[in-house]
Design a protein around this ligand. Structure first.
Ligand code: PHB
Length: 397
């Protein structure tokens, strides 16, 4: 069956859902496809920190009210090293904040908003191929769980289908991208316990990195650096707490039942091509960052804010200049976020086989940051998020 829409969006993650929401506010129709079920999307645990600009876009466009009521505003983080905590005060440094609000809650809000507006969201539908990227009528070939095939022709196809999606291939072919792998991963847990601290703790310890994050007053999220091939079942619960406690010397963690564990791989990637003809990539389909610094979802939102303006101009004003320039325009923030994520990662983690020199140099770097107003201001500015170009247009609409 051949269907037509203005924008076919592959992937119902934060990028795809937010884009369809923002396009709808301009009266631009879209179809969103995702191979996962709604339940899978709404229950998969991902990141938890939203930049101030992300929150302004979500709350200011009616995508989520709960981010402001259920989400928690954080005005700083703690960097812990050498047995001491050092607070980086965002409010003081840059007058900005971040919000702790889990990604799957953002997705629940976006899905509810989209469905309430009668929008076309298709779960359990797998995009198999994108064709005719070089023409003004690109097409998505898709298949549902029963094997029914559909063909959607659009003015523009947007790949918001993550780092393993099919759209990247249609855009970048085998040309690949810029890539960096790290010799470690994060072991993540969710546990039933009260928060151990008011704010997030990023800890550099002689045994390796740990991050003490949160989810709610009764559920906490914590991570510790591990080898990339670690089996999530490898440790007993007692052993997990022993490892975590040892990684935050000077803090006593409040322990509780661990009810989920996972191992997160670390990769930095930026595709060589973000657009081919009328097919464009956003979010993880175009770039991935290691999780230190929580830039992944926020970068996806920044791509979408830019792309919304570009699509509005292309589809409503018949002016393709912003659309043609989109990859170039998006690159600036993408590489700033790549640098910040790499920097936080390399400053805080223990390199396997690091010499005594490297270890002392790293502590020197941490001390440079926390003892310098300029150092703390850079961290605060990057962590809370650089200004979002296009934000006014989105909010003002
Ligand atoms: C999280 O809570 O999942 C989280 C928070 C901060 C990060 C990464 C992950 O830098």
């Amino acid at each position: 069956m051949l269907e037509r829409t203005r924008v076919a969006i592959i992937g119902a993650g934060p990028a795809g859902l937010l884009l369809s929401h923002l396009l709808h506010r301009h009266g631009i129709e879209s179809v969103v496809l995702d191979s996962r079920t709604r339940e899978q999307i709404e229950t998969t645990i991902r990141a938890g920190i939203l930049e101030q600009g992300t929150v302004e876009v979500l709350a200011g466009t009616g995508a989520s009210d709960r981010v402001l009521t259920v989400g928690q505003k954080h005005e700083g983080i703690e960097l812990r090293f050498g047995g001491e905590g050092h607070r980086v005060d965002f409010a003081d440094m840059v007058g900005r904040a971040v919000w702790l609000y889990p990604q799957h809650e953002v997705l629940k809000d976006l899905i509810a908003t989209r469905l309430a507006a009668g929008q076309d969201l298709r779960f359990g539908v797998t995009a198999e191929r994108v064709e005719d990227a070089g023409t003004t009528r690109p097409r998505v070939l898709a298949r549902d769980a029963d094997g029914n095939v559909s063909e959607i022709e659009a003015d523009v196809v947007v790949g918001a289908d993550g780092s393993r999606g099919v759209t990247r291939e249609a855009v970048a072919g085998t040309r690949g991208g810029y890539f960096r792998e790290y010799p470690f991963a994060w072991f993540g847990i969710l546990c039933e316990a009260p928060p151990s601290a008011d704010e997030l703790i990023y800890s550099n310890s002689p045994d390796g990195f740990a991050l003490i994050s949160q989810r709610s007053p009764t559920v906490q999220r914590m991570y510790f650096q591990c080898a990339p091939d670690t089996d999530p079942g490898a440790y007993s619960e007692d052993r997990l707490w022993e490892i975590l406690q040892a990684r935050v010397p000077g803090t006593t963690l409040r322990e509780g039942r661990v009810f989920q564990r996972d191992v997160l791989r670390f990769r930095s990637f930026v595709t060589h091509e973000m657009r081919r003809g009328r097919v464009v990539l956003v979010g993880d389909a175009a770039h991935t960052v290691p999780p230190t610094g929580a830039k992944g979802m926020n970068l996806a939102v920044a791509d979408v804010v830019l792309l919304t303006e570009a699509l509005r101009a292309l589809l409503l004003d018949k002016d393709g200049r912003l659309f043609d320039a989109f990859p170039e325009t998006a690159q600036d923030r993408i590489w700033k976020a790549q640098h910040f994520s790499w920097w936080m990662t390399s400053m805080l983690h223990l390199q396997p086989g690091a010499a005594a020199f490297d270890r002392r140099r790293q502590l020197g770097e941490l001390r440079t940051v926390v003892e310098s107003g300029a150092g703390r201001a850079y961290l605060a500015e990057a962590y809370t998020g650089w200004p979002l170009p296009g934000r006014e247009a989105i909010l003002g609409y």
